[in-house]
Design a protein around this ligand. Structure first.
Ligand code: CS2
Ligand code: MG
Length: 429
């Protein structure tokens, strides 16, 4: 893997119609930018934008299993267009990269735009001397409720881990357990604290059995509600694996245990799927971690087919676009529940917390802790306390990348698994 290329193309001379250069009067000019790829236990892609005034900003560009695609999109196609631009012009640069691509949307494009957006907000807040949430309308809450991931090979194992999360102060816990008869399944990690599904140089093949899965989840929730009491919020991620009517059945089976949400119940390309689920269950529905623009969820939100939108800063075009999605969702009583898995770096988590603190319709934030090595590469000021995350109060995002430490962990190709039914049919992972 070549060392990250820094692009120093010439300044822009394509002055807009009114004769004002793309640099504007701000005088805060993007002088260079580079992509840093590091693998402290898993791959992360980070964009670093430097300005003529010495202020720099960083943005997460990690797309699990397709990291190099985003790295190249940034290095080879985006960075040359950034050099010489006014770093204060966040919206204009967002529109330039979105409309200027011609080939709009998609996870690679929108993760690259997200990284630029995060870095520019970081710069703007640093220049203003304020933590980012202050530029997003200020705090709507002091801290944000998070949910942790309790998982285990059996119901008993999972409930014991959930009890430990409750003891750590978590107010919300996601439950995922093994499925009898299956060697492995989504969400059950070898290492209890850090679930990282991208586990091999080529995709590992999982097998799936819907009937066995649908039998075990209600039993898991019954045992967990019994052990944890009524107050703890319990969540579950179906991970795109049911048909709408199966999801309606599972949602109904879980109603006695009052789940906080049932996530990714079905594949969401056909947003109409959720209409069918809604007809059969009042279990709250969450979706959207793989969405990358508002167009992926417009029907779901405006028809109130979901209760939480999971789109996240790094994959949905950054702070700028995610605020648009949240504002649209707010009109329809849909709250946010940003994705926050280990494959979203501490840079994304830091950005998400400023977003979470500022919006009126915050729901919950996923919080899968990173490894110690990751936290060393990405020193940050956010902290966990009694079930809540507190954002940093330092100017900017409140996170950095230690390039020297990052260089110690070279990129290591890793794929997400693929999933097949037991008859060999390719299925959803
Ligand atoms: C999961 C993720 O956190 C979640 O809700 O869906 O673990 C997801 O599988 C990974 O982010 C994929 O890289
Ligand atoms: Mg999920």
């Amino acid at each position: 893997m070549d060392s990250p290329k820094t692009s120093n193309a010439n300044s822009h001379d394509n002055a807009p119609g009114d004769g004002v250069s793309a640099n504007g009067q701000g005088g805060l000019v993007i002088r260079s930018a580079k992509v840093i790829i590091t693998c402290p236990g898993r791959n992360f892609v980070t964009l670093k934008i430097e300005t003529n005034q010495g202020v720099y900003g960083i943005g997460d560009a990690t797309l699990n299993g397709r990291e190099l695609a985003v790295a190249s999109y940034l290095t080879d196609h985006v960075i040359p267009c950034l050099i010489g631009r006014d770093a204060h012009r966040i919206e204009d640069i967002w529109q330039y990269l979105y409309k200027g691509a011609y080939w709009r949307r998609g996870p690679v494009t929108m993760s690259a735009i997200a990284a630029v957006d995060m870095a520019l907000w970081d710069i703007k807040a640093k220049v203003a001397g304020l933590p980012l949430y202050q530029l997003l309308g200020g705090a709507s809450r002091e801290a944000v409720m998070v949910y942790g991931h309790a998982n285990g090979t059996s119901i008993e194992d999972t409930v014991n881990v959930a009890l430990d999360y409750k003891a750590q102060g978590y107010k919300a816990i996601r439950l995922q357990c093994g499925v009898p008869g299956l060697a492995s399944t989504y969400g059950v990690s070898k290492d209890k604290m850090f679930y990282e599904p991208a586990d091999a140089d080529l995709p590992t093949e999982n097998l799936w059995n819907t009937e066995a899965y649908m039998r075990v989840v209600p039993k898991l929730f019954a045992a967990a509600r019994e052990a944890l009491g009524d107050e703890v919020h319990l969540l579950h991620d179906v991970h795109h694996r049911l048909t709408p009517i199966e999801a309606g059945r599972l949602g109904r089976d879980l109603e006695p245990y009052r789940p906080f949400w049932m996530e990714d119940a079905v594949v969401a390309e056909n947003q109409d799927n959720f209409r069918l689920i809604r007809q059969h269950t009042t279990t709250p529905l969450a979706v959207g971690e793989i969405f990358n623009t508002i167009w992926d969820c417009k029907e779901l939100i405006q028809n109130q087919l979901i209760d939480y939108i999971r789109a996240t800063v790094v994959h949905a075009g950054g702070i700028t676009h995610l605020r648009r999605i949240a504002a649209f969702a707010d009109i329809y009583n849909v709250r946010t529940g940003c994705h926050g898995a280990t494959d979203l770096s501490p840079v994304c988590m830091a950005a998400a917390l400023h977003f979470d603190r500022s919006i009126p319709n915050f729901g919950i934030q996923e919080y899968m802790r990173h490894t110690e090595a990751t936290d060393e590469v990405f020193p940050h000021g956010y902290r966990f306390e009694s079930g809540f995350l507190y954002s940093s109060e330092t100017p900017g995002l409140g996170v950095d990348i230690d390039e020297e430490k990052a260089a110690k962990y070279p990129y290591k190709r890793a794929y997400l698994p693929v999933n097949r039914l037991q008859d060999g049919t390719m299925f959803n992972w």
